[in-house]
Write a protein that binds this ligand. Structure first.
Ligand SMILES: NC(=O)c1ccc[n+]([C@@H]2O[C@H](COP(=O)([O-])OP(=O)(O)OC[C@H]3O[C@@H](n4cnc5c(N)ncnc54)[C@H](O)[C@@H]3O)[C@@H](O)[C@H]2O)c1
Length: 439
């Protein structure tokens, strides 16, 4: 007698569980946001909805222990992850995050958003993401190098230039990528530059990669303002997060005549109705290690950031920042999501009701992975493009993606986020359906 014939066996049939056992149904974490986004798009998928379960379950998850010698002679163990959410359209692609609050659910969500993002701008990639549960500010450069090398070796089983290509994310940078590239290369016995992107330019990195995500935030934000009939010149912009994405986005908006009125980072929040020069802010942050006490600005309470009078809001820090508590207070008419997952779905609904336009993360911050794709292509051919060529191609891809997705939004009468999910999920599931199930 098989398990399904056994009348005593009331368990659902294999594969019919709603949630994998490694997620807590009472506290699913960030992956819950993604699951809800998939629910919302399903009615628009037509016959492809047959395959929708594919999107809800990551293809492959690797959890690794990362032990290192600390400078004081002791050994410390860290939890590391690499998740390949989907590879139907090509190798997995997505960043690596070092943060004390990283969880499996978070890395799953981030990898799933990479699947959607890569499909949204039509890059030949699936989605992946990695992370280590560590507060890197508490460790020396040597410790971080050992951590990165051991982590790379542990996930070396599943990464590779044609399998899964990591890149920088929160608290990782070109130096981290250089260590990853070197470690992977040592392990395979040849220099494999294409295993990671976001490398230093002298190691096969691409010109323009540093500012690429912020540039994409700008291009999509400027196009959205045009569609909304609002001027870019003089637009008041508030930025949360002043790292790779927030800093570049602020500079490029400023360079095009917009006015940065507030900046918040982990150290505090500064405001100036007259406008903040982001170049001076970056110099001040580099020199003092904090955004507060910046000349010509006033410090405001962390929560007051959401009340700032502005036209454009750029969340560029972490996920779950725009919630039901602050969504009704936001004054901006346009939100351009530099960060991944900054808006919870209920807040998204409230913003839509209020007529606030949101350029979703899976489109707005796709500039980074687009130039990562250029870097990967350049590494394969060992032929490098000029910065102008890169920026022009990036601007064109982001602008064309924005305009075609805006059309889908108008045609279906949905939010821009749902429009992006309709197009991206259709592309992923079309590939799934055409490939069929192996064996
Ligand atoms: N780097 C990229 O190319 C890239 C690409 C796509 C998406 N993203 C997303 O953009 C976001 C930022 O990434 P990044 O690469 O700029 O990281 P980063 O580490 O360079 O900067 C993060 C910034 O967020 C600030 N921050 C952290 N916690 C905060 C808090 N609680 N409140 C306010 N500010 C806080 C930090 O002070 C810092 O300024 C992340 O969601 C990341 O996944 C990054």
């Amino acid at each position: 007698m098989t398990a399904t014939q056994d009348p005593q066996n009331t368990a659902p049939r294999a594969g019919q569980h709603n949630l994998p056992s490694y997620l807590d149904p009472n506290n699913i974490g960030p992956y819950e946001i993604f699951l809800e986004q998939v629910e919302r798009v399903t009615p628009y998928l037509g016959k492809l909805a047959y395959w929708v379960e594919t999107l809800k379950r990551p293809k492959r998850i690797l959890v690794v222990d990362v032990p290192i010698h600390l400078d004081d002679g002791t050994v410390a163990h860290f939890e590391g992850y690499r998740v390949q959410h989907n590879t139907s359209r090509g190798p997995a692609k997505g960043g690596v995050r070092y943060h004390q609050d990283v969880t499996l659910s978070e890395v799953m969500a981030l990898s799933a958003w990479m699947t959607v993002k890569n499909a949204a701008v039509n890059l030949p990639y699936g989605g992946g993401k990695g992370g280590i549960r560590i507060d890197p500010r508490k460790y020396s450069v040597g410790e971080l190098e050992r951590l990165t090398r051991r982590y790379t070796t542990e996930i070396g089983l599943i990464i590779g230039p044609d399998k899964d290509i990591p890149a920088p994310d929160v608290n990782t940078n070109p130096q981290t990528m250089a260590w990853m590239m070197d470690t992977y290369s040592m392990n395979v016995g040849r220099t494999a530059t294409g295993v990671v992107t976001g490398k230093p330019v002298s190691l096969g990195g691409s010109l323009g990669r540093g500012d690429a995500t912020g540039r994409g935030v700008f291009v999509t934000g400027a196009e959205a303002l045009k569609k909304m009939g609002l001027p870019l010149e003089g637009a008041r912009v508030a930025v949360q997060g002043f790292g790779n994405v927030g800093n570049a986005a602020a500079r490029i908006f400023h360079d095009h005549g917009a006015k940065i009125v507030a900046i918040q980072d982990v150290t505090g929040t500064v405001y100036s109705s007259a406008g903040i020069d982001p170049y001076k802010a970056a110099e001040h942050l580099g020199r003092t290690g904090r955004i507060t006490d910046l000349e010509g600005t006033e410090a405001i309470a962390r929560d007051s950031f959401w009340d700032v009078d502005c036209d454009v809001l750029i969340p560029a820090a972490l996920e779950k920042q725009i919630t039901l508590d602050n969504a009704s207070r936001i004054k901006a008419k346009l939100i351009v999501e530099g960060a991944n997952g900054p808006t919870i779905p209920a807040a998204d609904d409230l913003l839509a009701e209020r007529g606030v336009v949101v350029v979703p993360d899976v489109l707005a911050n796709a500039g980074g992975v687009t130039v990562s794709y250029f870097e990967w292509v350049q590494d394969f051919s060992s032929f490098f493009w000029t910065e102008d060529e890169i920026n022009n191609r990036l601007d064109r891809i982001m602008r064309e993606a924005f305009l075609s997705l805006w059309d889908v939004k108008e045609r279906h009468g949905v939010t821009l986020r749902t429009a992006v999910y309709i197009v991206a999920c259709t592309r992923v599931l079309e590939a799934r359906a055409l490939r069929g199930l192996y064996p």
